[in-house]
Design a protein around this ligand. Structure first.
Ligand SMILES: Cc1cc2nc3c(=O)[nH]c(=O)nc-3n(C[C@H](O)[C@H](O)[C@H](O)COP(=O)(O)O)c2cc1C
Length: 351
């Protein structure tokens, strides 16, 4: 059976299908529905305090006795540079004036990291899996989490990144292809225009590392899962496929756009946060991205976008999604996991 391997055994998963931990979009209800159906639910802890992160984990535990993946994007404290930021701020002012929006003062933005409070909380709450994006934290944090029996993983967008993660001690590598919705997990300065698609990246990562490989990017149905397993994956991580589930925490305007998107709807742009991310193209992306304007340092560019997103207009919000958006289905998350497993099983049986 395709679903039984070292990774699914270790994490006690019926189906090696991971719901991507998509920041605040991944609600405890979404993650619990996935884990209850035999997959692995994920919660994003993007910039949350240890207390808020603990509340999210507790919310999941109330709804599921299954395994949980919690996710920490990592970034250094952004360095302000008024001169470099001026053109982007001017462009934003033009948009605010046009749309009659009041700019909000910049909140203090610190580093995205696993500090001592987060570490203490994680060692107490013991999620089964912790995944990172944009690299890994310091070695002592990784060792402390691993000593507590927590499974560690992180995203790689190139073979070199996969090898680096393996050398730093991950239990599995997430091979993230160009098709993926959301931020590229790149951390070795990869040129986005050179990022490989999953079909090219996955077998090369499988050949390069000895830990299990989780395939991410563009997988939205059982055909994609079957293909990933044929290419050597031990599991898949899917984000976009879960965006239309009723448990996903997204505004209706974003949800509606997902339902009518095509395969050419998305682009990779840094204008939402300061780091390249795949989103559906809209006026916000076009206006902030024209003339090669430099975004503010990650993640402070978000402060520029937030007053516009508050309008609730899908032309001016960050509509994160991957290239397989048109394959997504508006069904409850538990049913989606069952359907994906049935489809992958049927597809692999045919061969
Ligand atoms: C809305 C959205 C938000 C995301 N947020 C995160 C995140 O916070 N952390 C993370 O590691 N990956 C995040 N990702 C990327 C996923 O982990 C994964 O690489 C991607 O969803 C796989 O491609 P797919 O969207 O085509 O399934 C996000 C993806 C989406 C679509």
């Amino acid at each position: 059976m395709w679903s039984r391997n070292a990774l699914s055994e270790r994490l006690n998963l019926k189906w090696p299908i991971l719901q991507a931990p998509m920041g605040s979009v991944a609600s405890p209800a979404l993650a619990a529905a996935v884990s209850n159906a035999g997959g692995l639910g994920g919660l994003g802890m993007w910039g949350l305090s240890a207390e808020d992160a603990e509340r999210r984990i507790a919310g999941f535990r109330q709804l599921s006795g299954g395994a949980l993946n919690v996710n920490y994007p990592l970034w250094p404290t952004p360095v302000k540079d008024a001169d470099a930021e001026r053109p982007m701020r001017q462009r934003a002012q033009e948009l605010y004036a046009e749309l009659k929006v009041s700019p909000s003062p910049d909140p203090e933005t610190t580093a995205g990291k696993v500090d001592q409070r987060q570490l203490d909380m994680l060692l107490r709450m013991k999620p089964e899996v912790i995944s990172f994006h944009f690299g890994l934290p310091e070695d002592d944090v990784i060792q402390a989490l691993k000593a507590a029996g927590i499974f560690i993983t992180s995203s790689a967008t190139t073979v070199a990144e996969a090898k680096t993660l393996e050398a730093q001690g991950v239990d599995a590598v997430i091979a993230q292809g160009l098709e993926a919705g959301g931020h590229r997990g790149s951390f070795l300065g990869t040129d986005t225009s050179a990022q490989p698609g999953l079909f090219a990246l996955l077998p090369q990562v499988v050949d390069a590392v000895s830990v299990p490989v989780i395939a991410a990017g563009g997988i939205a149905d059982g055909r994609g899962i079957a293909a990933a397993f044929m290419l050597g994956a031990s599991a898949v991580q899917m984000g976009t496929a879960f965006l239309r589930c009723e448990e996903a925490n997204i505004p209706d305007a974003w949800r509606d756009r997902l339902g009518s998107a095509t395969e050419t709807a998305t682009v990779v742009t840094p204008v939402l946060t300061g780091r390249p991310a795949r989103v559906m193209r809209n006026r916000l992306v076009d206006r902030l991205g024209s003339d090669g304007l430099k975004p503010l340092p990650f993640p402070t560019q978000e402060n520029i976008v937030e007053p516009l997103a508050a309008l609730g207009d899908p032309e001016y919000m960050g509509l994160y999604a991957g290239q397989s958006v048109a394959l997504t289905r508006p069904i409850p998350a538990g049913r989606l996991v069952e359907l994906l497993a049935e489809e992958a099983t049927a597809r692999l049986k045919q061969w």
